[in-house]
Ligand binder design. Structure first.
Ligand code: ZN
Length: 376
């Protein structure tokens, strides 16, 4: 294993943060898999899973069982991890800019398309290499002016040429679920089922520029652009990227983390990056994929104390009671009911809500939403 420390841009005199990556195997000897944890810094199940995955990878590396490269970034957001306000962690938005740490990644396709058009040809593998080289050149030429930009650049510089990118997050209170773009499904189905995913949410451009879609989106966007220009250069999905939601923020236990690390390890065996002699069986799916545009975000109309009637993972039908919002001034209980059939896959942690507050999400099968599909 090789550890590399990447200094981030210093935002202030006397302050200097570092991003650390752990590299297993040998670059260029096979597939490259990139795994990062806790880009939303208070989402810690992935960080503990990475802690349990690391010794498994170290042991495999020492035995020469890694064919290809695995890059593990257990702490992908050192900026957010150190942010606190009123004694509470503040790891989702940078306090300086109010930007979400998992948004505003660049649209690579728009940036590199004019530079690669003349270099593409009939060979798919060399087209993939051309695109990756152009992405690398774009990143090299990018001069960040803020610490946050320098962190985004450092993360992308580690991940841009990976075949598979796994971004480990979690929701507030939730069951295991997945977000990925349609172009990466069903290629990513083995890891979804190995992790025991209870909801799989597919989209084509969720909006907002999250990390995973920056890296998966470049491929289908370029392929679409080539088709629109009447060019038939073959361009496969060079990177399959997913955001894996490892249950809820409080689901930080060694038992879960060891289970998740084992699932990640098994997926690497499945891909052939780990050649341990074991070919893991892929478990039966616990759910079918549903469109992210069919996911209902339930909201409280008025303010009050939130009392849930439904638990994460529960299968709901349209009209089922999900929660009550109690206005204790007027002694009124507002009922929030399911608007679609599906798994109630995530809910908020707070038990007091203000008017219009989102309280939970149901993975419905029929698309009905448009525009930006991700939350804040
Ligand atoms: Zn997150």
């Amino acid at each position: 294993m090789q550890r590399i420390d990447h200094p981030l841009l210093s935002p202030s005199l006397g302050s200097h943060r570092t991003l650390t990556s752990l590299h297993f195997g040998k670059a260029g000897s096979g597939l490259k898999i990139y795994i990062q944890a806790s880009l939303h810094a208070e989402e810690l199940p992935g960080m503990l899973a990475a802690h349990h995955l690391r010794p498994l990878l170290e042991a495999a590396d020492a035995c020469g069982q890694i064919v290809g490269e695995v890059v593990l970034v257990p702490v992908s957001n050192p900026i957010g991890l150190s942010q606190r306000l009123d004694h509470k962690p503040m790891g989702r938005f940078e306090l300086d800019s109010s930007e979400n740490f998992n948004r505003h990644y660049p649209d690579f396709a728009k940036e590199i398309l004019p530079k690669i058009l003349a270099k593409l040809g009939a060979d798919a593998a060399s087209n993939v290499a051309t695109v990756r080289a152009a992405m690398g050149e774009y990143l090299s030429a990018w001069t960040p002016t803020t610490e946050l930009q320098s962190m985004r650049k450092a993360l992308l510089s580690l991940a841009f040429d990976a075949d598979v990118v796994l971004d480990l997050h979690c929701d507030s209170e939730a069951v295991m679920h997945f977000y990925c773009e349609e172009s990466c499904w069903p290629q990513l189905s083995p890891i979804a089922h190995l992790m025991g995913s209870r909801a799989i949410l597919l989209a084509k451009d969720s909006g907002g520029g999250p990390f995973d879609e920056c890296l998966s989106g470049v491929w289908w966007r370029l392929a679409d652009a080539l088709k629109q220009q009447g060019l038939d250069h073959p361009l496969p999905q060079g990177c399959c990227a997913t955001t894996i939601e490892l249950r809820g923020e409080l689901d930080v236990t060694h038992a879960y983390a060891k289970q998740d690390a084992q699932a990640l390890f098994a997926y690497l065996e499945h891909l052939g990056v780990l050649q341990t002699g074991n070919r893991p069986a892929i478990p039966q799916p616990l759910c079918l994929p549903t469109p992210l545009a069919g996911s209902e975000s339930l909201r409280a109309k008025g303010p009050g104390v939130l009392v849930f009637a439904a638990a994460p993972g529960q299968l709901l039908h349209k009209g089922d009671l999900v929660a009550e919002v109690i206005d204790t001034m007027e002694s009124i209980a507002e009922e929030v009911r399911a608007g679609v059939d599906g798994v109630f896959y995530a809910r908020i942690r707070d038990r007091y809500v203000t008017a219009g507050c989102e309280i939970g999400k149901i993975a419905g099968a029929t698309p009905f939403r448009t525009g930006s599909l991700l939350g804040n």
